[in-house]
Design a binder for this molecule. Sequence first.
Ligand code: NDP
Length: 328
Amino acid sequence: MLLIDRATVRKVYPIREATQVMAEAMRRYSKKMVDLPLRTILRPEKDTGLLGTMPGFVSGEGWAGYGVKAMVLKPENPGRGLELHIGVVLVFDPDTGAPLALMDAGAVTAIRTASVSAAATDALARRDAGDLAVLGSGVQARSHLEAMQVVRPLRRVRVWSRTRANADVYRAWAATELGIEVEVTDSPAEALAGADLVCTATAAKEPLVEAADLAPGVHVNAVGASFLDHRELSSAAVAKASFFVDSRESAAAESGDLRAPITEGLIGLDHIQAELGEVLLGAHPGRREEREVTVFKSLGLGVQDIMSGFAIAEAAAAQGLGQCIKLD
Ligand code: NDP
């Protein structure tokens, strides 16, 4: 079995390549080539954290077979200088079922989530979009900035984060690591004013994005709010938008952003226009008008981790990277 650490995952799985793998993952998901139970979330009474497990089986040519992601979410971790989610992705040899590769899930999650958003942006955002607002300054906020510049030339970038000092660190990181100039704003509304690309990547529980903040023609990747009791978008913002999802099933079961306006009677489940995979397969046209507001609600799917796991294992083996260990 190949052990692949965080640095190696990043080295062998650049966002540009990952975006292609993730577009294929979303197509296979919508073509029902994937067996994927809803993720299980174990919230023990005696711990502040939770364990999420996402097993699955992917069929098709390449990057296919059994895999699982297991991650612990510890709310205390960011305060300790550790990542919020910690865990592993494991993929199995498609023939024998023997464990093939075990890798750092934090890096996989950061890259695969941003790469799915990149695929969604490429499919749904206006061709000329390039005025980006990022809400949040953590792991996903960083990988999303990297991903957005892969699919659209960025004219302007603004960031808002709950803790101003973290937004300042983000600005310095973007300048040093990506050579991108980022403006820090004092409120989400200020970041969103006039933006035609938005990535929301916070752990907020209450909406940060109001309908009036969304400029005509904007595309929003709504990445945080992965649970029913979390929200980033107001009900009116969701109702105003053409709403796309990674998975209808996950969105209906897990998205607070979608559930709240449904409970309030503003919209029905039919507010979901399509899965991203359906758009990529040409089964749905995606954006229809320049002034349309599109939202891609990302919840994250095991197929994204499993196909990433196979792609990473393949690339690491080809480059002679990773540490080989014998289990038997
Ligand atoms: P990080 O801990 O790295 O960053 C969290 C960010 O959320 C920080 O910028 C923090 O701001 C902000 N934040 C925390 N609490 C609040 C709040 N109450 N109101 C507003 N902002 C808040 O986490 P990640 O980047 O790893 O994850 C971000 C979100 O994305 C999480 O909700 C996570 O569950 C979700 N996620 C979704 C995935 C998907 O597939 N869709 C995959 C992985 C994560 P500050 O530091 O300034 O206080």
